[in-house]
Write a protein that binds this ligand. Sequence first.
Ligand SMILES: *Cc1c(COP(=O)(O)O)cnc(C)c1O
Length: 391
Amino acid sequence: MIDWQSQLNSLNDRGLLRRLRTVTSDQGAYVEIDGQRVLLLCSNNYLGLATHPKIIEAAQRATARYGAGSGGSRLISGSMRCHQLLEEDLAAFKGTERALLFNSGYAANCGILQGLLGEGDLIFSDSLNHASIIDGCRLSKARTIIYPHGDFEALDALMMQEVSRRQGRWLMVTDGVFSMDGDLAPLPELVKLKKRYDALLMVDDAHGTGLLGAGGRGTGEYLECLEDIDLHMGTLGKALGGAGAYLAGPSAAIELLINRARSFVFSTSLPPGVPAAASAALEIVAGSEGDELRQRLVENRIRFITGLRQGGLEVEEHPSPIVPILTAEPAPTMAASERLITEGYFVQGIRPPTVPAGSCRLRATLMSLHQPSDLDAAAKAIVQAVQGASQ
Ligand SMILES: *Cc1c(COP(=O)(O)O)cnc(C)c1O
């Protein structure tokens, strides 16, 4: 008997059943969900670029000229000039020899790890790395050692233990900005370990690209070690407002991935409008408008966190726009999230398996589009919802 329904019932009993909410407006500071207008506090469209007129125009122009789809994978007939131009832009942005596009961050991490590593290799992976890294490690068939989150001393000890039986390549992989906590990887310390043990360092900067560092080049730029990262993975669907992902790195790695990464080889390439939009977004991010948007985002974060703290909530502050408000268990988390929606604030509750059991949270994310007065009101409503739900 196929017992999908009983699995669903079990998820529901444990407060872990998820459902979709449909957005019927564009992706601005406010969105309409299920017919109701709410302040959007759970989008990764941090700089508001998803609705930027210049980026929309770039997508429209490329779509009108080159069509709605690419018609094939990159290795067959779907490698178009706009893919190549964006790859050149990305390599220049990250300061690497080359870059390669993937259809999503999920596909990138699966393809990069599977394509570059194999049996006999060893991966060191942070315990809070994104699910797509975890899946990529599995697909690679390399042995994977999980080190405690951000703990470079524990990682050093684990690497030391492995030295005597070393055979293949070693790769350390970490999120740059951790997606559910907003904290940063200790990249300068990881760079030291990489040099000490002759390992490679791969950073998934899905939440840092476009946001961190003076030029928006990401967590590596912010922590002043961009050139020490071997493999720069990042996504185009968050701060850059579009879709897709990339790896920027050495030519030989890119060439090998073109040959071996299954999520690259066996998948239709992105429609022309998508890379064209991302190239336009990169130009904005790297220019003075990017500076202004990042500045506004920092001001919004400070304002919002100040409001939460004034209301008595304990929240950590990190250089990213991700603000987790810990609520521990699923029931009060979802009750607070539901209540906030009825009051006009859209903040998702995050539950296992996205985060470890006992660390459920409201994960608020800020955008440069938010108005300070809206954030003040949102902070007050969140304080009340969280305190109400825990009573
Ligand atoms: C969102 C995210 C991904 C996946 O990227 P998509 O383009 O959404 O598939 C990968 N890694 C991290 C750290 C992310 O936050």
